[in-house]
Write a protein that binds this ligand. Structure first.
Ligand SMILES: Cc1cc2nc3c(=O)[nH]c(=O)nc-3n(C[C@H](O)[C@H](O)[C@H](O)COP(=O)(O)OP(=O)(O)OC[C@H]3O[C@@H](n4cnc5c(N)ncnc54)[C@H](O)[C@@H]3O)c2cc1C
Length: 345
């Protein structure tokens, strides 16, 4: 059996990108140090829904079937390793806003690529005004983040601090005097705080949600019409989420609260009791593809970012491809490689 050469990795950022990458590197017997200061972490406040379908056009999202299987297996095996549970199946109910969308669903449900994902409307009741995605699931995001932090802390891998560029030499591959074979920046929307990936075009997209109590909404499926209504148990629900491109502060706003309540009104006319208004910031790209790759000059300095609004679906498989790139020199395809921005300059 081939004995894997042990290399030293510094991972900056312990959200989904940093967590998945660290686990997969450790599985390949690599030495990992993870730095995370816990500010923002869209990973922690996400609804954590894994939905392979893009509503409105009723299409499968990018590589959805492949990602769905890989990520489910990843989370389930991680649950065993960490001796906890955070991933569960979820019925996702799309309430059709128009006859056109229902007709589109009825066409798609007959196609082989969609049959494992969409419940056939005719098999239930063709008069119904909703469709059900049966292949979705959710990751209890806060628990996932906290359990992983605990795990890495216990193993002595996690350093809880802000990465300080003054102690970093990209040329020598050192941080605080320690030499690393590879440094991977997984900083989410805060990518611009370090000077190495100014060209990567990851932009912040603020997302606000509401946690509410409600006594009439169903607790057996998440509902989707204008907003999502995600059941958290005990008559508590998460409503979300806004997409705000002009404002990357972490404070909740009255405007977003009004928008979400207005959207909820399309699903239920009974007003909710509002518990809280969690805010996070997604790292998004214009072409909705992640960003993986290496700095043009400093070949040991890399990026894994741009997980956007579907991080829980994408991260495990993308992290695996990142590991294969770093350890086996497997190329990263151009459509999600950092070079797509570098060559455009
Ligand atoms: C409201 C909302 C709802 C969402 N719902 C879903 C959903 O239902 N399903 C889904 O799949 N996705 C969802 N997402 C998207 C998902 O949360 C993101 O795709 C994913 O969390 C991004 O992970 P990340 O690791 O790239 O970034 P982050 O989660 O932002 O993590 C980056 C980490 O790096 C740390 N960091 C950054 N810079 C430094 C530094 N200089 N020094 C030290 N540490 C640093 C931060 O503290 C943070 O912990 C949602 C996002 C939001 C905001």
């Amino acid at each position: 059996m081939k004995v894997e050469e042990k290399k030293k990795f510094l991972i900056v950022g312990g959200g989904l990108a940093g967590i998945t990458l660290s686990h997969l590197l450790l599985q390949r017997n690599q030495q990992v140090t993870l730095i995370d200061d816990g500010l923002n972490a869209s990973t922690k406040i996400a609804a954590g829904m894994v939905n392979p379908i893009v509503f409105r056009r009723t299409t499968l999202s990018w590589r959805a079937t492949e990602f769905l299987t890989y990520s489910w297996d990843f989370y389930k095996s991680l649950e065993k390793q960490l001796n906890t549970s955070f991933a569960e199946p979820l019925l996702i109910k799309r309430i059709f806003p128009s006859v056109n969308e229902k007709e589109e669903w009825q066409k798609k449900q007959l196609l082989p690529a969609y049959q494992n994902h969409l419940v056939n409307i005719e098999s239930v009741n063709k008069e119904q005004n909703f469709g059900i995605v049966r292949s979705g699931y959710f990751v209890h995001a806060e628990k996932f983040y906290i359990e992983n932090q605990r795990h890495f802390e216990k193993r002595g891998i996690l350093i809880k601090e802000t990465f300080d560029d003054n102690f970093f030499s990209a040329l020598e591959s050192t941080y605080r005097g320690i030499k690393y074979d590879h440094i991977v920046f997984c900083c989410g929307y805060r990518v611009s705080e370090t000077p190495y990936f100014e060209d990567c075009q990851v932009k912040p997209t603020k997302g606000q949600t509401l946690v509410i109590k409600h006594h009439e909404l169903p607790e057996t499926a998440s509902l989707h019409l204008k907003c999502f209504v995600f059941p958290m148990g005990n008559k508590t629900f998460r409503i979300g989420a806004t997409y705000e491109w002009e404002n990357s502060t972490l404070n909740p706003t009255q405007e977003a609260r009004n928008t979400l309540l207005d959207h909820l009104h399309h699903i239920t006319k009974t007003p909710p009791e509002i518990i809280s208004q969690p805010v996070g910031i997604r790292p998004t790209t214009m072409d909705r593809r992640p960003v993986l790759g290496s700095h043009a000059t400093y070949k040991n300095v890399h990026i894994f970012n741009g997980l956007g609004a579907k991080g829980y679906l994408l991260a495990p498989k993308m992290a695996q491809e990142m590991v294969e790139y770093l350890l086996d020199n497997t190329p990263i395809p151009k459509d999600y490689n950092l070079i797509r921005y570098q060559s455009a300059v």
